[in-house]
Write a protein that binds this ligand. Sequence first.
Ligand SMILES: [Zn+2]
Length: 227
Amino acid sequence: MLACRPGAISRATPKGTIVRELPCRCWECIDCGPQRKRALMALARDGKPDTLLTLTVDPANFETKEEAHDALKHRYSDFVEMARKKWPKTRVEYLGVIEATKLGWPHFMRAPFIPQRSISRYFEKHGVGKIVDIRKVRGTRQVAAYVAKYLSKKPARFGDGKRYVRSQSWESQEAKAWRQENVKPHLWQLWDRAAFLVVEHLETFGHKFFECPSGGWLSPPIFGGSR
Ligand SMILES: [Zn+2]
């Protein structure tokens, strides 16, 4: 298990400059791992899935796990594309959790108008892999339990390093609006050192930081402030 490695973010606002600790966001980190897991559970619930689908590949067909995973991913997006055309009303969305051990890929889907049998048949016909499991999901508690189960297994990462994949419109409009309002990464500067070192560094440029009760450090504006 890793402990969190240091990092910080800073941002200049009209009210002053803010510096905050930045979590590493690693799945293996003892601080960040559980948080990421909770966030993924919330994301899974928010998509209001109605189906849980598990696909697996036959390892004999591929040289490496990465290759197998890639094939599965492409086959899956072909399916989504086909389903969106064939059932335009249904607005297929998905969230998939990657599982390395069995080269399985459990997916939550929101596809209320597609019969389960049609999904099964598609993958039988086109599959690099096959469906081992397809079931109705009932209630948000069940969704959270499934996510917890898959994430407790050995961490799997492929290519871009993600542990899950999702379609663009998985989240509800309200959740998306909240996130866009509250997380604006482009406004923050990223530092690969601990927050107190960033504070020290900025103080050499004339900032005077104090610690905020709500976390982080704040320095009043140094040039042309309203004092
Ligand atoms: Zn961390």
